[in-house]
Design a protein around this ligand. Structure first.
Ligand code: HAM
Length: 434
Protein backbone atom coordinates (compact mmCIF):
# COMPACT_ATOMS: atom_id res chain seq x y z
CA UNK A 1 0.00 0.00 0.00
CA UNK A 2 1.30 3.43 -0.95
CA UNK A 3 0.75 6.34 1.43
CA UNK A 4 0.37 10.01 0.62
CA UNK A 5 0.57 13.09 2.81
CA UNK A 6 -2.76 13.88 4.49
CA UNK A 7 -4.94 16.28 2.47
CA UNK A 8 -4.10 19.88 3.26
CA UNK A 9 -0.66 19.05 4.70
CA UNK A 10 2.68 19.36 2.94
CA UNK A 11 5.86 17.38 2.55
CA UNK A 12 8.84 19.68 2.55
CA UNK A 13 11.38 18.30 0.10
CA UNK A 14 14.69 20.21 0.14
CA UNK A 15 13.51 22.68 -2.53
CA UNK A 16 10.32 23.40 -0.49
CA UNK A 17 12.26 23.59 2.74
CA UNK A 18 14.59 26.18 1.17
CA UNK A 19 11.65 28.51 0.45
CA UNK A 20 10.10 27.92 3.88
CA UNK A 21 13.44 28.77 5.52
CA UNK A 22 13.86 31.85 3.36
CA UNK A 23 10.45 33.07 4.58
CA UNK A 24 10.93 32.18 8.25
CA UNK A 25 14.43 33.68 8.31
CA UNK A 26 12.95 36.95 7.05
CA UNK A 27 10.24 36.75 9.75
CA UNK A 28 12.90 36.35 12.45
CA UNK A 29 15.16 39.07 10.99
CA UNK A 30 12.29 41.59 10.78
CA UNK A 31 11.01 40.69 14.28
CA UNK A 32 14.41 41.17 15.86
CA UNK A 33 15.15 44.46 14.11
CA UNK A 34 11.80 45.81 15.38
CA UNK A 35 12.68 44.85 18.96
CA UNK A 36 10.60 41.67 19.47
CA UNK A 37 11.66 38.63 21.52
CA UNK A 38 10.95 35.07 20.37
CA UNK A 39 8.77 32.61 22.36
CA UNK A 40 7.00 29.33 21.64
CA UNK A 41 4.43 27.12 23.32
CA UNK A 42 3.08 23.58 23.09
CA UNK A 43 1.31 22.23 20.02
CA UNK A 44 -1.46 20.83 22.29
CA UNK A 45 -3.69 23.01 24.47
CA UNK A 46 -6.92 22.39 26.38
CA UNK A 47 -9.85 22.76 24.00
CA UNK A 48 -11.51 25.18 26.44
CA UNK A 49 -8.75 27.72 25.82
CA UNK A 50 -10.25 28.31 22.35
CA UNK A 51 -13.86 27.86 23.41
CA UNK A 52 -13.39 30.70 25.86
CA UNK A 53 -12.63 33.52 23.45
CA UNK A 54 -11.61 32.69 19.88
CA UNK A 55 -15.17 32.34 18.64
CA UNK A 56 -17.26 29.73 16.87
CA UNK A 57 -15.41 30.06 13.56
CA UNK A 58 -12.11 28.83 14.85
CA UNK A 59 -13.56 26.24 17.25
CA UNK A 60 -15.41 24.60 14.36
CA UNK A 61 -12.11 24.50 12.48
CA UNK A 62 -9.87 22.84 14.99
CA UNK A 63 -8.54 19.32 15.34
CA UNK A 64 -9.36 17.95 18.76
CA UNK A 65 -8.81 14.76 20.67
CA UNK A 66 -9.48 13.24 24.05
CA UNK A 67 -6.48 11.99 26.02
CA UNK A 68 -6.47 8.91 28.24
CA UNK A 69 -7.52 11.01 31.21
CA UNK A 70 -10.60 12.14 29.25
CA UNK A 71 -9.26 15.66 28.84
CA UNK A 72 -10.40 17.44 25.68
CA UNK A 73 -7.34 18.70 23.85
CA UNK A 74 -6.85 20.70 20.68
CA UNK A 75 -3.95 21.00 18.26
CA UNK A 76 -3.33 24.74 18.32
CA UNK A 77 -5.21 26.49 15.50
CA UNK A 78 -3.79 29.91 16.43
CA UNK A 79 -1.21 31.30 18.82
CA UNK A 80 -2.92 34.22 20.53
CA UNK A 81 -4.68 32.20 23.30
CA UNK A 82 -1.36 30.45 24.10
CA UNK A 83 0.37 33.84 24.22
CA UNK A 84 -2.32 35.14 26.58
CA UNK A 85 -2.05 32.06 28.79
CA UNK A 86 1.76 32.34 28.96
CA UNK A 87 1.73 36.06 29.73
CA UNK A 88 -0.98 35.60 32.37
CA UNK A 89 1.20 33.01 34.13
CA UNK A 90 3.99 35.59 34.57
CA UNK A 91 2.13 38.87 34.19
CA UNK A 92 3.59 40.46 37.33
CA UNK A 93 7.18 39.70 36.39
CA UNK A 94 7.25 40.74 32.73
CA UNK A 95 8.45 44.27 31.90
CA UNK A 96 5.85 46.06 29.77
CA UNK A 97 5.13 46.52 27.02
CA UNK A 98 5.72 42.86 26.19
CA UNK A 99 6.91 42.58 22.57
CA UNK A 100 6.97 38.93 21.54
CA UNK A 101 7.07 37.03 18.28
CA UNK A 102 6.62 33.38 17.36
CA UNK A 103 6.50 31.17 14.27
CA UNK A 104 4.34 28.19 15.33
CA UNK A 105 3.18 25.27 13.23
CA UNK A 106 -0.65 25.42 13.38
CA UNK A 107 -3.46 23.13 12.27
CA UNK A 108 -6.97 24.04 11.22
CA UNK A 109 -9.46 21.47 9.98
CA UNK A 110 -10.69 23.71 7.18
CA UNK A 111 -11.34 22.79 3.59
CA UNK A 112 -7.95 23.00 1.84
CA UNK A 113 -7.97 25.65 -0.87
CA UNK A 114 -5.65 28.21 -2.42
CA UNK A 115 -3.79 29.97 0.40
CA UNK A 116 -5.54 27.91 3.10
CA UNK A 117 -4.20 24.54 4.23
CA UNK A 118 -4.81 22.34 7.24
CA UNK A 119 -1.25 22.74 8.49
CA UNK A 120 0.86 25.86 8.16
CA UNK A 121 3.45 28.06 9.82
CA UNK A 122 2.17 31.36 11.13
CA UNK A 123 4.32 34.34 12.10
CA UNK A 124 2.82 36.12 15.12
CA UNK A 125 3.79 39.57 16.33
CA UNK A 126 2.18 40.91 19.52
CA UNK A 127 2.58 43.91 21.81
CA UNK A 128 0.85 43.44 25.17
CA UNK A 129 0.46 45.82 28.09
CA UNK A 130 0.00 49.18 26.39
CA UNK A 131 -3.19 50.45 24.80
CA UNK A 132 -2.03 53.23 22.53
CA UNK A 133 -2.36 54.14 18.86
CA UNK A 134 1.42 53.92 18.53
CA UNK A 135 1.41 50.18 19.35
CA UNK A 136 -1.40 49.56 16.83
CA UNK A 137 0.65 51.40 14.20
CA UNK A 138 3.84 49.64 15.25
CA UNK A 139 2.27 46.18 14.66
CA UNK A 140 1.02 47.18 11.23
CA UNK A 141 4.43 48.68 10.49
CA UNK A 142 6.20 45.41 11.37
CA UNK A 143 3.93 43.48 8.96
CA UNK A 144 4.67 46.01 6.22
CA UNK A 145 8.37 46.05 7.07
CA UNK A 146 8.33 42.33 6.25
CA UNK A 147 6.23 42.64 3.10
CA UNK A 148 8.55 45.38 1.87
CA UNK A 149 11.58 43.22 2.75
CA UNK A 150 10.32 40.47 0.45
CA UNK A 151 9.81 42.94 -2.37
CA UNK A 152 6.09 43.80 -2.20
CA UNK A 153 5.20 47.40 -3.04
CA UNK A 154 1.90 49.28 -2.57
CA UNK A 155 1.15 48.24 -6.18
CA UNK A 156 1.22 44.59 -5.07
CA UNK A 157 -0.70 44.72 -1.80
CA UNK A 158 -2.92 46.78 0.46
CA UNK A 159 -3.32 46.83 4.23
CA UNK A 160 -6.95 47.53 5.07
CA UNK A 161 -7.44 49.12 8.46
CA UNK A 162 -10.59 49.57 10.53
CA UNK A 163 -11.74 49.83 14.14
CA UNK A 164 -14.27 47.39 15.58
CA UNK A 165 -15.21 49.80 18.38
CA UNK A 166 -16.07 52.42 15.75
CA UNK A 167 -18.22 49.98 13.82
CA UNK A 168 -19.86 48.85 17.09
CA UNK A 169 -20.65 52.47 18.06
CA UNK A 170 -22.17 53.21 14.65
CA UNK A 171 -24.24 50.00 14.79
CA UNK A 172 -25.48 50.74 18.32
CA UNK A 173 -26.48 54.25 17.27
CA UNK A 174 -28.55 52.71 14.50
CA UNK A 175 -30.45 50.33 16.73
CA UNK A 176 -28.28 47.22 16.49
CA UNK A 177 -27.97 46.32 20.18
CA UNK A 178 -24.47 45.19 21.35
CA UNK A 179 -25.47 41.53 22.00
CA UNK A 180 -26.13 41.25 18.24
CA UNK A 181 -22.69 42.58 17.24
CA UNK A 182 -20.71 39.33 17.45
CA UNK A 183 -23.03 37.64 14.93
CA UNK A 184 -22.98 40.72 12.67
CA UNK A 185 -19.16 40.90 12.75
CA UNK A 186 -18.95 37.19 11.88
CA UNK A 187 -21.16 37.80 8.82
CA UNK A 188 -19.35 40.96 7.69
CA UNK A 189 -16.05 39.07 7.92
CA UNK A 190 -17.36 36.72 5.24
CA UNK A 191 -17.92 39.50 2.68
CA UNK A 192 -14.96 38.53 0.52
CA UNK A 193 -15.06 34.82 1.36
CA UNK A 194 -18.62 34.01 0.23
CA UNK A 195 -20.23 34.30 -3.19
CA UNK A 196 -22.44 37.48 -3.29
CA UNK A 197 -25.76 35.54 -2.97
CA UNK A 198 -24.54 33.53 0.01
CA UNK A 199 -23.27 36.75 1.63
CA UNK A 200 -26.63 38.46 1.04
CA UNK A 201 -28.37 35.48 2.65
CA UNK A 202 -26.08 35.64 5.68
CA UNK A 203 -26.74 39.38 6.05
CA UNK A 204 -30.47 38.72 5.87
CA UNK A 205 -30.19 36.31 8.81
CA UNK A 206 -28.70 38.92 11.17
CA UNK A 207 -31.05 41.75 10.12
CA UNK A 208 -34.62 42.19 11.31
CA UNK A 209 -35.80 44.29 8.36
CA UNK A 210 -34.91 45.54 4.89
CA UNK A 211 -34.05 48.90 6.48
CA UNK A 212 -31.53 47.26 8.82
CA UNK A 213 -30.04 45.35 5.92
CA UNK A 214 -29.50 48.51 3.93
CA UNK A 215 -27.99 50.31 6.91
CA UNK A 216 -25.60 47.44 7.59
CA UNK A 217 -24.47 47.15 3.98
CA UNK A 218 -24.02 50.88 3.58
CA UNK A 219 -22.00 51.24 6.82
CA UNK A 220 -19.74 48.32 5.89
CA UNK A 221 -19.09 49.73 2.43
CA UNK A 222 -17.33 52.89 3.64
CA UNK A 223 -13.71 52.90 2.51
CA UNK A 224 -10.80 55.13 1.57
CA UNK A 225 -10.47 58.82 2.42
CA UNK A 226 -13.95 59.51 1.16
CA UNK A 227 -15.42 56.71 3.27
CA UNK A 228 -13.64 58.08 6.31
CA UNK A 229 -15.36 61.43 5.80
CA UNK A 230 -18.76 59.72 5.47
CA UNK A 231 -18.07 57.85 8.70
CA UNK A 232 -16.96 61.10 10.37
CA UNK A 233 -20.33 62.66 9.55
CA UNK A 234 -22.13 59.56 10.84
CA UNK A 235 -20.07 59.59 14.06
CA UNK A 236 -20.59 63.29 14.82
CA UNK A 237 -22.17 63.84 18.23
CA UNK A 238 -21.67 60.25 19.42
CA UNK A 239 -18.85 60.30 21.99
CA UNK A 240 -17.86 56.63 21.57
CA UNK A 241 -17.88 56.76 17.79
CA UNK A 242 -15.94 60.03 17.78
CA UNK A 243 -13.21 58.77 20.09
CA UNK A 244 -12.85 55.51 18.11
CA UNK A 245 -12.64 57.51 14.90
CA UNK A 246 -9.97 59.76 16.40
CA UNK A 247 -7.97 56.66 17.36
CA UNK A 248 -8.31 55.23 13.85
CA UNK A 249 -7.20 58.51 12.28
CA UNK A 250 -4.25 58.65 14.61
CA UNK A 251 -3.16 55.08 13.66
CA UNK A 252 -3.38 55.95 9.95
CA UNK A 253 -1.50 59.19 10.54
CA UNK A 254 1.30 57.37 12.41
CA UNK A 255 1.59 54.88 9.54
CA UNK A 256 2.03 57.76 7.11
CA UNK A 257 4.70 59.25 9.31
CA UNK A 258 6.46 55.87 9.43
CA UNK A 259 6.49 55.98 5.62
CA UNK A 260 4.23 52.97 5.03
CA UNK A 261 1.07 55.01 4.56
CA UNK A 262 0.93 54.18 0.86
CA UNK A 263 0.21 50.55 1.72
CA UNK A 264 -2.66 51.44 4.06
CA UNK A 265 -6.27 52.24 3.46
CA UNK A 266 -9.35 52.58 5.67
CA UNK A 267 -12.00 49.91 5.04
CA UNK A 268 -15.07 49.55 7.26
CA UNK A 269 -15.70 46.11 5.74
CA UNK A 270 -12.68 44.65 7.58
CA UNK A 271 -13.94 43.31 10.91
CA UNK A 272 -11.92 40.06 11.30
CA UNK A 273 -13.38 36.66 12.11
CA UNK A 274 -11.95 36.09 15.59
CA UNK A 275 -14.22 37.02 18.47
CA UNK A 276 -11.65 38.63 20.77
CA UNK A 277 -10.84 41.76 18.74
CA UNK A 278 -12.19 44.97 20.24
CA UNK A 279 -10.43 47.97 18.63
CA UNK A 280 -8.14 48.50 15.66
CA UNK A 281 -8.38 45.61 13.17
CA UNK A 282 -6.44 45.15 9.95
CA UNK A 283 -6.00 42.72 7.09
CA UNK A 284 -3.55 42.61 4.19
CA UNK A 285 -4.59 41.62 0.66
CA UNK A 286 -2.71 41.07 -2.59
CA UNK A 287 -3.92 43.31 -5.41
CA UNK A 288 -3.74 40.50 -8.01
CA UNK A 289 -5.94 37.44 -8.43
CA UNK A 290 -5.17 35.95 -5.03
CA UNK A 291 -8.14 37.05 -2.94
CA UNK A 292 -7.62 35.57 0.54
CA UNK A 293 -6.16 37.71 3.32
CA UNK A 294 -2.36 37.52 3.46
CA UNK A 295 -2.22 38.72 7.06
CA UNK A 296 -4.64 39.75 9.75
CA UNK A 297 -4.67 41.11 13.25
CA UNK A 298 -6.00 43.61 15.68
CA UNK A 299 -6.35 44.83 19.23
CA UNK A 300 -7.78 42.61 21.94
CA UNK A 301 -8.69 44.37 25.18
CA UNK A 302 -10.25 41.58 27.22
CA UNK A 303 -8.60 38.37 26.06
CA UNK A 304 -6.00 38.14 28.83
CA UNK A 305 -8.46 39.04 31.55
CA UNK A 306 -11.05 36.59 30.25
CA UNK A 307 -8.41 33.85 30.54
CA UNK A 308 -7.84 34.63 34.21
CA UNK A 309 -5.16 37.29 33.91
CA UNK A 310 -4.91 40.96 34.82
CA UNK A 311 -6.66 43.56 32.64
CA UNK A 312 -4.07 43.99 29.89
CA UNK A 313 -4.70 45.07 26.34
CA UNK A 314 -2.75 43.63 23.43
CA UNK A 315 -2.41 44.04 19.70
CA UNK A 316 -0.90 41.72 17.14
CA UNK A 317 -1.19 39.93 13.83
CA UNK A 318 -0.49 36.67 12.06
CA UNK A 319 0.55 35.74 8.53
CA UNK A 320 1.50 32.35 7.11
CA UNK A 321 4.15 30.83 4.90
CA UNK A 322 1.37 29.46 2.67
CA UNK A 323 -0.11 32.81 1.65
CA UNK A 324 3.26 34.48 1.25
CA UNK A 325 4.55 31.76 -1.05
CA UNK A 326 1.30 31.76 -3.07
CA UNK A 327 1.39 35.52 -3.54
CA UNK A 328 5.07 35.63 -4.47
CA UNK A 329 4.61 32.76 -6.91
CA UNK A 330 1.66 34.57 -8.51
CA UNK A 331 3.87 37.63 -8.94
CA UNK A 332 6.88 35.55 -10.07
CA UNK A 333 8.94 37.10 -7.27
CA UNK A 334 10.54 34.20 -5.46
CA UNK A 335 14.23 35.12 -5.71
CA UNK A 336 16.72 32.49 -6.78
CA UNK A 337 18.48 32.58 -3.41
CA UNK A 338 15.22 31.40 -1.82
CA UNK A 339 15.53 28.20 -3.83
CA UNK A 340 19.11 27.41 -2.78
CA UNK A 341 19.02 24.04 -1.06
CA UNK A 342 22.66 23.65 -0.06
CA UNK A 343 25.64 25.80 0.75
CA UNK A 344 28.57 24.14 -0.95
CA UNK A 345 31.24 26.79 -1.15
CA UNK A 346 34.08 24.46 -2.01
CA UNK A 347 34.03 21.10 -3.79
CA UNK A 348 37.26 19.14 -3.43
CA UNK A 349 38.33 16.85 -6.24
CA UNK A 350 41.14 14.31 -6.28
CA UNK A 351 43.06 14.21 -9.54
CA UNK A 352 44.08 10.61 -8.69
CA UNK A 353 42.76 8.15 -6.05
CA UNK A 354 45.96 8.44 -3.97
CA UNK A 355 45.12 12.14 -3.35
CA UNK A 356 41.87 11.19 -1.60
CA UNK A 357 43.48 11.30 1.87
CA UNK A 358 44.48 14.91 1.26
CA UNK A 359 40.91 15.67 0.10
CA UNK A 360 39.55 14.31 3.40
CA UNK A 361 42.00 16.32 5.49
CA UNK A 362 41.36 19.54 3.55
CA UNK A 363 37.57 19.10 3.69
CA UNK A 364 37.72 18.58 7.45
CA UNK A 365 39.93 21.66 7.90
CA UNK A 366 37.63 23.84 5.80
CA UNK A 367 34.49 22.59 7.58
CA UNK A 368 36.09 23.34 10.96
CA UNK A 369 36.45 26.92 9.76
CA UNK A 370 32.74 27.00 8.90
CA UNK A 371 33.25 26.71 5.15
CA UNK A 372 30.71 24.53 3.27
CA UNK A 373 32.97 21.81 1.81
CA UNK A 374 32.03 18.64 -0.07
CA UNK A 375 33.76 15.90 -2.03
CA UNK A 376 32.71 12.88 -4.04
CA UNK A 377 32.14 9.64 -2.08
CA UNK A 378 33.27 7.59 -5.05
CA UNK A 379 36.70 7.55 -6.64
CA UNK A 380 36.01 8.46 -10.19
CA UNK A 381 37.30 10.52 -13.10
CA UNK A 382 38.03 14.24 -12.82
CA UNK A 383 35.24 14.94 -15.32
CA UNK A 384 32.63 13.08 -13.28
CA UNK A 385 33.73 14.82 -10.07
CA UNK A 386 33.52 18.20 -11.83
CA UNK A 387 29.98 17.37 -12.92
CA UNK A 388 29.08 16.54 -9.32
CA UNK A 389 30.60 19.83 -8.14
CA UNK A 390 28.52 21.76 -10.58
CA UNK A 391 25.34 19.83 -9.64
CA UNK A 392 26.03 20.72 -5.99
CA UNK A 393 26.14 24.40 -7.00
CA UNK A 394 29.70 24.75 -5.63
CA UNK A 395 31.18 28.25 -5.85
CA UNK A 396 34.75 26.95 -6.14
CA UNK A 397 36.30 23.67 -7.16
CA UNK A 398 39.62 22.65 -5.64
CA UNK A 399 41.69 20.09 -7.48
CA UNK A 400 44.15 18.16 -5.33
CA UNK A 401 46.71 16.74 -7.74
CA UNK A 402 50.37 16.83 -8.80
CA UNK A 403 50.81 20.46 -7.61
CA UNK A 404 49.81 19.37 -4.11
CA UNK A 405 52.15 16.42 -4.10
CA UNK A 406 55.05 18.48 -5.41
CA UNK A 407 54.60 21.86 -3.66
CA UNK A 408 51.56 21.65 -1.36
CA UNK A 409 49.54 23.77 -3.79
CA UNK A 410 45.91 23.48 -4.85
CA UNK A 411 44.33 24.34 -8.18
CA UNK A 412 41.32 26.53 -7.37
CA UNK A 413 38.70 27.18 -10.00
CA UNK A 414 36.04 29.83 -9.59
CA UNK A 415 32.88 28.31 -11.06
CA UNK A 416 31.22 31.60 -12.02
CA UNK A 417 34.16 33.20 -13.87
CA UNK A 418 35.97 29.99 -14.85
CA UNK A 419 39.19 31.61 -13.56
CA UNK A 420 41.74 29.11 -12.30
CA UNK A 421 44.75 29.71 -10.05
CA UNK A 422 47.31 27.79 -8.06
CA UNK A 423 47.26 28.57 -4.33
CA UNK A 424 49.26 27.12 -1.39
CA UNK A 425 46.90 24.80 0.53
CA UNK A 426 47.54 26.48 3.90
CA UNK A 427 46.77 29.92 2.48
CA UNK A 428 43.58 28.62 0.85
CA UNK A 429 42.34 27.00 4.07
CA UNK A 430 43.04 30.30 5.89
CA UNK A 431 41.10 32.30 3.33
CA UNK A 432 39.01 30.21 0.92
CA UNK A 433 37.31 33.31 -0.52
CA UNK A 434 40.46 34.39 -2.42
P1 HAM B 1 -6.26 34.70 11.42
O1 HAM B 1 -6.90 35.75 10.62
O2 HAM B 1 -7.06 33.52 11.77
O3 HAM B 1 -5.71 35.40 12.73
O4 HAM B 1 -4.96 34.22 10.68
C1 HAM B 1 -3.96 35.17 10.33
C2 HAM B 1 -3.32 34.78 9.03
O5 HAM B 1 -2.87 33.44 9.08
C3 HAM B 1 -4.26 34.81 7.82
O6 HAM B 1 -4.37 36.11 7.31
C4 HAM B 1 -3.51 33.90 6.87
O7 HAM B 1 -2.41 34.60 6.32
C5 HAM B 1 -2.94 32.85 7.80
N1 HAM B 1 -3.82 31.66 7.84
C6 HAM B 1 -4.94 31.50 8.56
N2 HAM B 1 -5.50 30.30 8.32
C7 HAM B 1 -4.69 29.68 7.43
C8 HAM B 1 -4.70 28.40 6.79
N3 HAM B 1 -5.64 27.51 7.03
N4 HAM B 1 -3.72 28.12 5.90
C9 HAM B 1 -2.74 29.02 5.66
N5 HAM B 1 -2.67 30.22 6.23
C10 HAM B 1 -3.63 30.56 7.11
C11 HAM B 1 -5.11 34.74 13.77
O8 HAM B 1 -4.76 33.58 13.72
C12 HAM B 1 -4.77 35.62 14.95
N6 HAM B 1 -4.47 34.75 16.10
C13 HAM B 1 -3.64 36.55 14.60
C14 HAM B 1 -3.26 37.44 15.73
C15 HAM B 1 -2.08 37.47 16.39
N7 HAM B 1 -4.05 38.37 16.25
C16 HAM B 1 -3.39 38.97 17.24
N8 HAM B 1 -2.18 38.42 17.34
Amino acid sequence: MKFQAVKGTRDFYPEDMAIRNWITEAWRRVSLRNGFEEYDGPILELLDLYRAKSGEGIVSELFHLTDRGDRELAIRPEMTPTLARMINARAGALPRPIKWFSMPRLCRAERPQRGRLREFFQWNIDIVGLDDAVTDAECIFVALDFFREIGLTPADMVMKVNCRALLAALLSARGFAPPRHAAIFAVLDKRDKLPPEAFAEAVEKVCASAGERETLISISQARGTEGLEIVARAAAGDARAESSLARLRSVLDLLHRMEVGEYCSFDMGVVRGLAYYTGTVFEGFGRGGFSRAICGGGRYDQLLESLGGPPMSGVGFGTSDVVIQELLEELGRIPSQARTTRRTEVFLIDAAPEMFDAVLVLAARLRRRGVGAEFSYRRQSLGKQLKQASAAGALRVVIVGEEYKARGHLVVKDMASGRQQEIPADAFCENPCM
